[in-house]
Design a protein around this ligand. Structure first.
Ligand code: NDP
Ligand code: OXD
Length: 306
């Protein structure tokens, strides 16, 4: 069995070593133009030329959860596309989102600024019951985040395509319940995949429906958010701020207004990192399962887009 590895922005050598160790019977090579045909590919943001030269692939394993960039390419029609299925990402996402929600809820930025200014002062505690957190997307990551938030006793709403039954999470589904979900939400967390249906989903009209003083946490993709609409709603006072991990252009251009906005907290697309060891173990297991004719979790539906 031949495996080809083509991952932009990733140090290839440790991945090749890990994949060879996990699949000792396979030939695992770094892809180069003109490379021989492989059975399976392990990829992140490959060029179109990669698929044009590898039309026989049986499996394409994405070393991330989001497949939006991959699905823009012309893929071999028979190849199954498999996304990373947690592989250590959901706990990181739960950490990141809980940290952002709690930092905002407990006003730790204001306390830090006051202490730095030499002021020992108290703020009125906020009511947890007024801080409903709404998680858009209740998949592998969103469900874990919703469960984690519940541990801190925040009211939690969730919105997905299909109805969910998660203990303690108020479930909303489909376009028809989107407005009710927004109106019931104070802190909006985005964990949707980027698809034609979800692009620009956080815009002036939708974000205006959040409760006054609402807060936005975007950890999915930059193109879910209309940047200027977010800024306008924060500046008008309807929203109180945002924590953003993902951007339309990454790295975030140096002249982007997000950099300087005092109510926006930024991180460089790091809320849930791909962990090499966990990912290699998962991908190797799935390659072997597919080769033996078994079904595997995490197969992407190209029509649905996730
Ligand atoms: P999943 O595919 O497991 O879950 C997607 C969820 O979104 C599902 O609950 C799905 O509903 C829901 N959904 C999809 N389309 C719609 C729609 N049109 N309306 C309502 N709900 C919808 O994805 P993951 O949880 O694994 O990952 C989510 C995203 O997080 C990734 O696509 C990626 O973009 C981003 N990500 C970001 C990272 C970072 O570091 N910032 C790291 C990893 C991922 P249903 O359950 O009904 O199908
Ligand atoms: C992913 C990501 O999709 O890191 O896995 O953004």
């Amino acid at each position: 069995m031949n495996i080809t590895f083509c991952c932009a922005e990733t140090k290839s050598e440790p991945w090749l070593v890990g994949l060879r160790a996990a699949l000792p019977a396979a030939q695992v090579d770094l892809w180069q133009p003109g490379a021989p045909p492989a059975d399976h590919a392990v990829v992140w943001a490959p060029p179109q030329q990669f698929f044009d030269e590898q039309p026989q692939l049986k499996g394409v394993f994405n070393i991330g959860a989001g497949v939006d960039a991959l699905l823009k390419l012309r893929l071999p029609p028979q190849a199954v596309v498999v996304r990373l299925d947690d592989a250590g990402m959901s706990v990181q996402m739960a950490e990141y989102v809980c940290h952002a929600v709690i930092r905002h809820f407990r006003e730790f930025d204001a306390y830090e600024a006051a202490m730095r200014a030499g002021q020992w002062s108290y703020r009125k505690p906020r009511r947890r019951a007024d801080f409903a957190v709404g998680v858009m997307g209740l998949g592998v990551l969103g469900e874990r985040v919703a469960r984690a938030l519940q541990m801190f006793e925040f009211p939690v709403n969730g919105w997905s395509r299909s109805a969910k039954s998660i203990d303690g999470v108020r479930s909303f589904c489909g376009a028809e319940q989107f407005n009710d979900f927004l109106a019931a939400t104070q802190v909006l967390v985005n964990l949707l995949p980027l698809t034609p249906e979800t692009r620009d989903i956080m815009n002036r009209e939708t974000l205006s429906q959040l409760q006054p003083g609402g807060y936005v946490i975007n950890v999915a993709r930059g193109a879910h958010l209309v940047d200027e609409d977010l800024i306008a709603l924060i500046d008008s006072g309807h929203l109180s701020g945002a924590t953003l991990d993902v951007f339309r252009t990454e790295p975030l251009p140096s002249d982007h207004p997000f950099w300087q906005h005092p109510q926006i907290t930024l991180t460089p697309h790091t809320s849930a990192r791909t962990l090499r060891e966990e990912s290699i173990a998962q991908i190797a297991g799935k390659i072997l399962a597919l080769e033996q004719g078994y079904c595997v979790a995490g197969i992407v539906d190209p029509v649905r887009g996730y």
